[in-house]
Design a protein around this ligand. Structure first.
Ligand code: AMP
Ligand code: MN
Ligand code: MN
Ligand code: MN
Length: 276
């Protein structure tokens, strides 16, 4: 059984419409899929209908942007009730600063000699309220400032580089609270991607557990075999389940569906919750 509990549609910073995304996942062998757009639930209904049509399992999801100790971390919520009012209100608040942040990013890029990036990124954002760094990265690649979106993240858009603007997202306690309040389970996304010391990562996971977090994302496209080993050990230590997901955003842009190794991990899988 192929399980993918993390991906993005054009409702956030993916490029495919929710139904097209589901069809691509199914064609690449995914049997159980969660759509987890950043801070937005608007794609879930369309994705669920498409999943029913192609005959794969579907889980309502979201990936919430969180600020913890001054740095951004992502918390995935799975199995949420997408009509939950408190979750919707919380996410609306998280989304609300994006346009102002994007304008500040564009000012920062303009000081580095790159003009017009706000308008350029906005034109690539299907959902303008969700304008983010991925849209800037695609715009910088499309206008040949860089060769690829990945290169845009190496030279711009990250702490210490032009185009990076610090931002206050949700508090960890609030994000987990909204997910649990909506009947979902909280997953700490791609722990290998955070620039934390071992001690800070331990503290983050401990706090995540104390607040009711349920799983660590262990298999994801950019975790090395060593990281899979490390996060499996941490999940066992903290009594957390394993989650897995590609973090697919777009064709030919890094992660793809159906490419996770599917290792049998010695910790329970959160996917058991939805397997029939
Ligand atoms: P934002 O929420 O606007 O800060 O954008 C975060 C998104 O940028 C992530 O969800 C990824 O899709 C993308 N991203 C962040 N860092 C990188 C990177 N180094 N390479 C490619 N994409 C990245
Ligand atoms: Mn993204
Ligand atoms: Mn993420
Ligand atoms: Mn993601």
């Amino acid at each position: 059984m192929s399980v993918d509990l993390h991906c993005h549609s054009n409702v956030s910073d993916g490029r495919l419409a929710p139904a097209d995304l589901v069809r691509r996942a199914a064609a690449r062998g995914v049997d159980l899929l969660a759509l987890t757009d950043h801070d937005e639930l608007a794609g879930l209904e369309e994705a669920q209908v498409a999943a029913r049509e192609v005959g794969i399992g579907f889980v309502n999801g979201v990936e919430i942007s969180v600020t913890w100790r001054g740095k951004t971390v992502h918390v995935v919520g799975l199995g949420i009730d997408r009509s939950d009012a408190a979750l919707a209100a919380g996410l609306a608040r998280v989304r609300s600063g994006r346009t102002r942040r994007a304008q500040a990013m564009a000012h920062s890029l303009a000081r580095a000699g790159i003009r017009g990036s706000f308008e350029g990124a906005l034109a690539l954002a299907e959902n303008p309220a969700m304008i983010g760094r991925t849209h800037f990265a695609r715009h910088l690649a499309a206008t040949a400032v860089v060769a690829t979106p990945a290169e845009a993240f190496r030279h711009y858009l990250v702490p210490g580089k032009p185009g990076y603007v610090p931002h206050d997202w949700a508090a960890l306690r609030d994000a987990i609270g909204w997910i649990l309040g909506a009947g979902g389970q909280a997953v700490l996304a791609h722990p290998g991607r955070y620039a934390f010391s071992a001690g800070a990562l331990h503290a983050l996971i401990a706090e995540f557990c104390a607040l009711g977090g349920r799983a660590l994302e262990i298999e994801t496209s950019n975790h090395s075999a060593d990281q899979v080993g490390l996060f499996t050990a941490l999940a066992r230590h903290f009594g957390l389940c394993a989650s897995c997901g590609s973090d697919f955003h777009a064709p030919d842009e890094g992660a793809e569906f159906g490419a996770l190794p599917g290792i049998a991990l010695p910790v329970p899988s959160i996917a058991e919750t939805w397997r029939s």
